[in-house]
Design a binder for this molecule. Sequence first.
Ligand SMILES: Nc1nc2c(ncn2[C@@H]2O[C@H](COP(=O)(O)OP(=O)(O)O)[C@@H](O)[C@H]2O)c(=O)[nH]1
Ligand SMILES: [Mg+2]
Ligand SMILES: [Zn+2]
Length: 306
Amino acid sequence: MHNQPTESRNERPITGRVVRQHKKHYLVNSTGGKMVCTARGNVAKRSNIYVGDIVTCRRMNREPAEGIITRVHKRSNVLQRPVVANIGKLLLVFSYVDPDLDLELIDRCLFHAEFHHLPGLIIFNKQDLLNAAQRTSLHSICEMYHKINYQVMLTSATTGEGIQELAKACKNEVASMAGPSGSGKSSLLNALFPHISLPTAQTSRKIKRGTHTTSSAGLIQLPAGGYIADTPGFSVLDMPRLDATDAYSCFPELADLVGKCRFNNCRHIDEPSCEAKARLEQGTIAQSRYEHYITFYQELSNARDN
Ligand SMILES: Nc1nc2c(ncn2[C@@H]2O[C@H](COP(=O)(O)OP(=O)(O)O)[C@@H](O)[C@H]2O)c(=O)[nH]1
Ligand SMILES: [Mg+2]
Ligand SMILES: [Zn+2]
């Protein structure tokens, strides 16, 4: 038996996740630590490599840790703006005041999340700004989303309320934030990761425009496992490519009704003996949700007519 060359042990393939990219360099995180990688020629040619990708690499050097990506694993999804692969959870950050709650925007985000088969967690941030009456009316909104099985959380980036619960909800997930400007996404990231410091509306006013480079998204690792994208994204400006007659499938309370209306292909709009209409009258389907379904249905059918 002669000694194994020392490299052979190092050549064992490593599986990790791309957590950051700069030009042709990829920072890959694995149980063995972080490693700066380039892509093997044929891999680079065959497919782009995105932040969030699971890759197989070969270690080329220990100090500094460097390697080569030899394979990109199949992705479950790629979200755009910013581009991140394999997102498993969307954190939809809203506030009840400052900016005022926009239920249509929540439902629009949920609609897109359902389209991508992504669980959406609704976060109502800025709890510290609410008086008792506002907390009560927000409570009934939370109930409405609970009933259709969405997870809801109340947070304050200012006081720290709900931050531990939020971190727990993201454990072992790859999550990305979305929501209106000013709802506190950057502030929540700073509260979750005190060691990083991302520009918030307050700080970015102080920094001269353009001095902090907006690089591509990176993933920040949670101490308990899992990642959150450091750049909020997930645009809901364009409607998903979906037939209007399938819009119901992105509303769980309507998707539930298959086979319960008189017509199997009921759109739940003006058909007779429609279970959605019955539940709307009973109050088991929320008025606002139904109205937004009609809005999105119409947007989708207009998009097809044009
Ligand atoms: N009172 C209060 N203000 C907050 C909270 N979270 C964020 N803010 C403030 O709201 C503004 C917008 O926050 P920012 O994180 O930049 O929002 P983003 O646009 O969603 O990233 C900033 O002035 C923050 O300091 C919160 O929980 N409570
Ligand atoms: Mg921000
Ligand atoms: Zn129906």
